[in-house]
Design a protein around this ligand. Structure first.
Ligand code: SF4
Length: 183
């Protein structure tokens, strides 16, 4: 691992967690979103990001004490009221610094609502794997991960669901995290 990877792994492992049963969000839940994954999707916007990419469109989501705390039960209840959604996407902020809370929501929408689950991350798949623990467990509950930081110099708005060429759309085997396909 290079120095960048080591810092990323450390950031995943040491991130300030929300209290048990809660998640810290940066904005209201969305539904019928078509730009953050396949089909009509609900979106959970998480708060807190250590990556600080140059050119980030949502720097107000960086503060780990910003946004608002909300009960996971309430999120699940609100998501269950959205009809006709193909799935849920976690956007940030950085979802992988609140992996336990995100996994709980991911498991709920899959089991109770029959949705697939995608997540964005400014970390790479390899960094999340190296961090292990609940971050890796959250990854294994996903159908797809869009990984890597936004790099302004590699900006390309023609890519599906991605902002820069270094980012990958990884289709994953549910339960194992195995990469099935890379876009
Ligand atoms: S990972 Fe996403 S939210 Fe975090 S700084 Fe980079 S672009 Fe912004």
């Amino acid at each position: 691992m290079n120095q960048w990877d080591q810092i990323a792994v450390q950031n995943i492992k040491t991130a300030k967690q929300p209290p048990k049963g809660k998640i810290r969000l940066s904005g209201p839940l969305e539904h019928d979103n078509i730009v953050n994954g396949d089909g009509l999707r609900a979106v959970v916007w998480t708060q807190g990001c250590p990556n600080h990419c140059k050119g980030c469109q949502n720097p107000e989501t960086w503060d780990f004490d910003g946004g608002f705390l909300i009960d996971i039960d309430e999120i699940e209840q609100r998501l269950s009221e959205f009809k006709g959604q193909a799935g849920l996407t976690f956007c940030g902020g950085e979802p992988f610094v609140q992996p336990e809370a995100c996994k709980e929501i991911a498991d709920y929408v899959r089991k109770e609502l029959g949705w697939n689950v995608w997540s964005f991350s400014g970390f790479t798949y390899e960094q999340i794997k190296a961090a292990g623990g609940t971050a890796w467990e959250f990854l294994t509950s996903l159908d797809a991960l869009i990984d890597g930081p936004f790099i302004l110099g590699q900006k390309d708005l023609s890519l599906r669901f991605r902002g820069s060429k270094n980012q990958r759309l990884l289709h994953l085997r549910l339960g194992t995290g195995e990469i099935l396909k890379v876009e």
